[in-house]
Design a protein around this ligand. Structure first.
Ligand code: BTN
Length: 323
């Protein structure tokens, strides 16, 4: 065990009682200057250590770090999240989950990372994923249905995350088509569904979910600050990421089972009830052509129906909506 880890154990065991520099130096067999260095190492890792003159050091708070055992214990599902890979950092959990899927990992396998250095969003955009502040995760799906129904899975994932967010963070989240989550009109979550296809058959899909959980306004780059928010900002209190991941897995499993038994209809009804756009004036590009009108809901395939002012109906399969 490294010296700073030994120091952490000492501070944890002492609880609220300060541990003197002298005692630490004796127990770790290091100089007083080295004690200071190890204290600072822990501070760099996100531990808050208070130092009081003459009394010594107290551990005031620990960084919010996900723990694989805690997470496995919290996830009470049969399939989703039962196999779990928890990483400190990665380029993108999408890539990790894809590699696992290629190696034959079963449906429900989940990859979670504290940080992504190359998080990916829809339409080739980057996805900001700083360390320890969010839920950045990808889950492997192995659906049996024909390829043309994959957009329905995107909507299903949106409903699952929206229900989980409402349950755990107690905020009024809504879904912006196809599957951004908004709170107070600002984005708190993005979902990216990528499929591997062969001979018009789905080999597997990766559902990538990025939730801004405990970011503060100052954590965002300038361009995101006006349009993004976090569950902590919206609810006024930090949100338990372990409980949130577990809730997303439960909702995904429940809705996926419902979908495989009853098809898209009940999912579509749930989606419309949580929609931020149904009944509202929207503008969207359909194959490059601008469409403006009132969002009416979803068709049976999951495409968005927009009623133009001349009464005609546009069916939108992809794109970005402006409200
Ligand atoms: C979007 O808003 O355009 C979709 C964002 C999806 C982000 C998640 S975070 C986990 C997974 N890994 C990625 O690189 N992207 C998805």
């Amino acid at each position: 065990m490294k010296k700073h880890e030994q120091l952490l154990n000492m501070l944890e065991e002492a609880g609220a009682s300060p541990v003197s520099g002298e005692e630490i130096s004796r127990m770790l067999n290091v100089s007083r200057t080295a004690v200071w260095k190890h204290v600072n190492k822990l501070r760099e890792l996100g531990y808050v250590i208070e130092a009081s003159p003459r009394l010594g050091y107290t551990l005031a708070s620990k960084p919010d770090k996900l723990d694989a055992d805690d997470l496995s214990g919290a996830i009470r599902t049969k399939v989703f999240g039962r196999r779990l890979q928890l990483l400190d950092t990665t380029v993108s959990t999408q890539g990790d989950a894809m590699r696992l899927a290629e190696q034959g990992a079963p449906e429900g396998t989940l990859v979670v990372s504290e940080e992504q250095t190359g998080g990916r969003g829809r339409q080739g955009r980057k996805f900001f994923s700083p360390s320890g502040k969010g839920v950045w995760m990808s889950v492997i799906l192995r659906p049996q249905q024909p390829l043309q129904y994959t957009p329905q899975l995107t909507l299903l994932a949106g409903v699952a995350v929206c229900r989980a967010v409402r349950r755990v963070a107690d905020v009024e989240a809504f879904i912006k088509w196809p599957n951004d989550l908004l709170v107070d009109g600002r984005k708190v979550c993005g979902i990216l569904l990528e499929s591997a296809v062969e001979d018009q058959r789905i080999r597997y899909c990766i559902a990538g979910i990025g939730i801004d959980v405990n970011l503060d306004a100052g954590d965002y780059p300038d361009e995101l600050r006006p349009i993004a928010t976090s569950l902590k900002e919206a609810s006024g209190t930090p949100v338990d990421r372990t409980a949130l991941i577990a809730a997303v897995m439960e909702e995904l499993e429940g809705l996926y089972t419902l979908y495989s038994q009853e098809g898209f209809k009940p999912i579509g009804v749930l989606w419309e009830a949580l929609s931020a756009i149904v009944g509202r004036q929207v503008s969207v590009r359909d194959n490059g052509q601008p469409v403006e009108g009132t969002a009416e809901g979803l068709d049976a395939s999951g495409a968005l129906l927009v009623r133009r002012s001349d009464g005609s109906l546009a069916t939108i399969f992809s794109g970005d909506i402006q409200i």
